[in-house]
Write a protein that binds this ligand. Structure first.
Ligand SMILES: *[C@@H]1O[C@H](CO)[C@@H](O)[C@H](O)[C@H]1NC(C)=O
Ligand SMILES: *[C@@H]1O[C@H](CO)[C@@H](O)[C@H](O)[C@H]1NC(C)=O
Ligand SMILES: *[C@@H]1O[C@H](CO)[C@@H](O)[C@H](O)[C@H]1NC(C)=O
Ligand SMILES: *[C@@H]1O[C@H](CO)[C@@H](O)[C@H](O)[C@H]1NC(C)=O
Length: 241
């Protein structure tokens, strides 16, 4: 537990210094799908213009995103109750007779518009089979805030596990998927039911920042707290032994 929390702390500190970063990938969704899932597929029309395939009508999406829990739990609290782990299983399923080739799933604030620039991605994802691979997503502790496909075979269903950060109450969380049937045919903003936090009693400053990573006031407070910590360590002087 202490080690896990320390990991979380370190990860949040990394997050403070690297709020946004760029990466390149060879499999799965295009690199920026996490931050901006709405401009997904483009193609050059001629020398000066790039055409865009717009997403299909979300109200008619032949896909659903299911969660196997209504809550995610405080890990310590869950352990006290004898539970093994606090993962939540997410399943993306096509309507009967339908299929998909690609997908990108992330966890975010419930009912928070996808295109808001301050929208965070929460937790980490773990594949349950070879159909998916974790994908870095902005503002994600452990930098694995998303998960995507590994190949473009026709799929009818895929499941992944989501692991919330240890000891941090994220508030209400919702899973959001972009699903691709073909290059020019895709759906954005397919949402799961909302899951709620359970067994939490407090929220640390680092956790507050994780929940709201683009908040300047929180960023300043965390940096201030770090400076204060360093000052006190210096006063205490080097440790012996
Ligand atoms: C390129 O495509 C755009 C959009 O169809 C069009 O308006 C423009 O005239 C085209 N440019 C050339 C050089 O063909
Ligand atoms: C979601 O947000 C919209 C606009 O911010 C609001 O009108 C709506 O009531 C919210 N829905 C829920 C379930 O909170
Ligand atoms: C995927 O399904 C479509 C529609 O049924 C079919 O045309 C296509 O050949 C399938 N692709 C593969 C790789 O099986
Ligand atoms: C998690 O639960 C434990 C045991 O009930 C509690 O002591 C701890 O403060 C909780 N953590 C948070 C972040 O609320």
């Amino acid at each position: 537990m202490a080690a896990s929390y320390q990991k979380f702390t370190v990860a949040v500190l990394v997050l403070v210094s690297v709020i946004l970063y760029v990466n390149s990938f060879i499999i799965g969704a295009p690199p920026d799908t996490c931050g901006n899932p709405t401009t997904f597929h483009t193609e050059p029309l001629n020398d000066s213009h790039v055409g865009q395939y717009l997403p299909q009508d979300i109200d008619k999406a032949p896909y659903k995103l299911f969660v196997n829990a209504r809550r995610y739990e405080n890990y310590t609290f869950a352990r006290l109750k004898g539970k093994e782990k606090n993962a939540v299983r997410i399943t993306l399923r096509a309507a009967p007779g339908d299929y998909f080739k690609g997908f990108f799933i992330q966890a975010t604030k419930s009912n928070y518009s996808l295109d808001r620039p301050d929208r965070p991605a929460y937790g980490t994802f773990r594949p349950v089979d070879q159909n998916s691979a974790p994908r870095s997503c902005r503002a994600a502790v452990g930098v694995v805030g998303g998960i995507t496909h590994t190949g473009n075979t026709n799929k009818t269903e895929v499941s992944v596990d989501w692991i919330p950060p240890v000891g941090c109450n994220l508030g209400d969380v919702q899973f959001v998927a972009t699903v691709v049937r073909g290059y020019s045919e895709y759906w954005v903003d397919i949402r799961s039911d909302v899951i709620q936090p359970s067994g939490f009693v407090r929220r640390s400053l680092l956790c507050e920042l994780y929940v709201d990573p683009y908040n300047r006031r929180l960023q300043r407070r965390v940096l201030q707290a770090l400076r204060e910590l360093r000052r006190r360590q210096r006063q205490r002087g080097p440790r012996r032994g």
